[in-house]
Design a protein around this ligand. Sequence first.
Ligand code: ZN
Length: 171
Amino acid sequence: MLRKKSEPVPVNEIRSAEIKKLLKDMFETMEVAEGLGLAAPQIGVLKRVVVVGFHRSSRYPDVKETIERRILINPEIEILKGPVEGFWEGCLSVPDMRGYVERSRNIRLKWHDEKEEFHDEIIEGFDAVVYQHECDHLDGVLYVDRLKDPRLFGYNDELDMIEETRTRVAV
Ligand code: ZN
């Protein structure tokens, strides 16, 4: 499932009971796992739907950023020119591991929300990194495909013992 490409949601189905139920399941899963975001394929549904939303938690005391709660239906990302930033990324679908990934800090994001409204925004900084990780899931791409260096990847228990690799974020 994680390696498959997800299908767009027809705009006239955005308000359907099926999508409402999917969104409820996704938020519940994300909150239980204390993730920053979740893409539908992570719960076995091959639809182009992402939820994000994060406030500081005990699981990631090092993560200072918070992410506004948002629903992205059929999101499209355009990577903009500018600086890249590296994070030790984790993923609920690749448990107990993390790897160092560099991504652009600037994207243009287009999406529909759960009320069928269309958005087109420039997103900067940490949020842009999280959106890229989540939207990759819709194309069957995992952060492990984007490692800066294959050696910068490992089990959390082992990386926790090294000062430079301790800080992590999970998406
Ligand atoms: Zn992920």
